[in-house]
Design a protein. Sequence first.
Lengths: 314, 272, 271
Amino acid sequence: MHLLFEPGFFASGPVRTAVVIGGVAAVVSAVVGVFTVVRSQSFAGHALTDIATTGGSGAFYLGFNPLAGFIGGGVVGAGAMDLIGVQRVRSRDVATGIVLGAATGLAALFLYLDTTSSATTGATQQILFGSIFTIDRSTVPVVVVLSVVTLVGMAVIRRPLLLHSVSPELATVRGVAGRGIGLAFMLALAVSVGLSSVAIGSILSTALLIGPAAAALRVTRSIGAATVVACGLGIATTWLGILLAYDSADWVRSGQGLPVSFFIVVLTFLSYLVTGVPAVRRLAGRPGRHPAPADPAPADRAPADRAPAAPAEG
Amino acid sequence: MFSGFMVNAWAVGTMVAVVAGVVGFFVVLRGSAFPAHAIPNGAFAGAAGASLIGINPLIGLGVFSLGAALGIGWLGRRGRADAVTALMLVLMLALGAAFLSQSTQYEPEIYSLLFGEILGVSTTELLPVLILGGVCVAAVGILFRRLLVTSIVPEIAAARGLRIHRTEVAFLVVVAAATTMTVPVVGALLIFTLMIGPPAAARCLTDRPGRALGASVAVALTTVWASIACSFESNWPVGFFVGVFSATAYGLGRAYAAWHLSRVGRPAPAVA
Amino acid sequence: MTDVPVLEVDRIGVSFAGRTILDAVSFEIRAGEFTGLIGSNGVGKTTLLRIILGLQRPGTGEVRVLGAPLSRHRRSLGYVPQKVVLDPDVPLRSRDLVALGLDGQRFGFSRRTKEQRARVEEMLDAVDARRFADSRVGSLSGGEQQRVLIAHALVSRPLLLLLDEPLANLDPGSVQEIVALLHRVSADHGVSVLLSAHEMNALLPVMDRIVYLTDGRAASGTTDEVVRSDVLSRLYGHHVDVLKLHGRVLVVAEPGTDAGDIPDHPTLTAF
């Protein structure tokens, strides 16, 4: 047991915080991520983490609360993308790229101004690769509350969102406002991504958003099941990653330990690959098609079906 | 502004703009915006890794961007392309973070890999950029018809026997090559802006592939030149201007398309 | 209740890029009627259906459902689009898609009641989709998907079911099956049906009324009233003969006339 759980693991304050924050981020990311992947908005999801980071850099430079910057940046970015974007997927990706490009340019500016105005080093690295072990304890309650709000919001819109994601036309016919639902989802995505970027860094934010969801969707048949599996996968990879990162301080010569993001991302990537293996998919009971259409049992076909044949050919 | 070390900046900037305009035309046409963002970011991780083990960062750039291109091409075939791209991207970035954690990288080097250091380009760097750039443009020229047909009417292309998947992988490799030459100059995060904004703006102006390609290069050149000039005057990073001017170009293109629709009555040329 | 038509299309007109697509099209549908919207490809059938459903705005004219504007009676209309592009990876079973027909638009936390779930099962049986009720919708064949979409549209008990070219890509055997299914569903559940097609013969046995659309203009009534030489000649703007042969209808234009707008063949058409 000591081989796996290095002494002091459970006693460490930062570790406990990381476990809680990581778990919360994994759950929110999984719930939002399942819809992100279904709607083919992985690019937007990733772009928003970078845009949120720009917001964070801006807040850093201008001196106000980074969390507000992350979330505010994400929300503005999501709104801009929605404003420019049109329905076709390709055009959406171009819109995403444009907004991301502008935001990245801004980030370049903020970081440059920041390094010239103050002597802080490592600002770039800090902002872009923020570590789960160095999160400020005081932000934990806010992150948890906002996460719960996001989850509640997703639960409220899940049915219209699902219908719209499957077919915007069918949704409109049933009275769902397509633009409204799309925008609502983008906002939920922005908030979720902003929270996780602050909490676990932008790399992990994207990884936990897309990875577990994409893997889960390959082995399940319904959104509900996919969400549950994605949450489980997300939490498992996060906690295991934290554990390995903590242990890794002893493995590597530099004594620094490898970043937790590295372990979590590699685990996520591996779990995605595993779900692609046919044996695993069959294990998960995911039928590709229903059994080949054999001659239907007589009970399935009412005799009346045969009747119209006569007049049409007669 | 036009003497001394700035000559290099103008030269390299022009080359980068041409390559970005040419390659970017197909990036937008094929909806490959995400890979165009992911591959440079992967390249960045490779450069960090190369520095760590003490070899030329350009090699790391090349290897990782090629790996990203092939990974996205292969895995994307079997699963959702955009999810796979995201996963490859974070894998590369995580590797980069791991490399960085083991080294004592200096802050400015990371910054320049990400955002570019065009004003600090040395004369010796010009030749490799020119060669690689030439190779990219030539490759696009050779693949031009194939790329057009597989982008616009993939069913017909398949019927004609064109290997769609191979073309896709080949194209991603071209993007990787374009990335390798441009990252040291414009930076990983901004090369893709040049491959998206100007071509997307160009497509708002005209449908015809040849003209759109030319317009794409023209807009890219304008963007880069304006950015270099503004950066020189203000000392602000060139990446900032590239990002903002690209978005502006796109906005102007969209505005033109909307004006065209309202005045002429016909639907405007394809918007992105 | 039977006095107010389920659907009134009142002088609907729409143009696009200078071309008149629909020109003062009017007709009515009453409870329980099975109506065929017949016209060649590109004539505007889909546009008309979309206007009826509120997916597109008409230039002129009005659509009334049960005497009131569409927004009041949205739920009274069910829609089966021609093609729903379903990503094979969308995590939705047939059963789930049908269930979304009941509550897909509702926000909130409520779970589905036993009655709702029973109704879903009932509809799956009605369209003969039991076999693939638990399969992903994206993995179904075109015909199977169509049945699921019909169930999705019917599950909320609409008064009128609109289908856009449901017979277009089916083989003749499947055409008969779907027509019979729709007729059965219409009779069993008291639902009016408006179905667009470019071929009228498959529908002759079940159609109560026909709306015949060409060049933006429409004639409506029973098949006996509409499918006649004089009526169709007036509609086309040049002389056509209607022949009934072996229970099928043929519309024939004189050789030499510009008969490009008669569906499928320039001079001889078997509907």
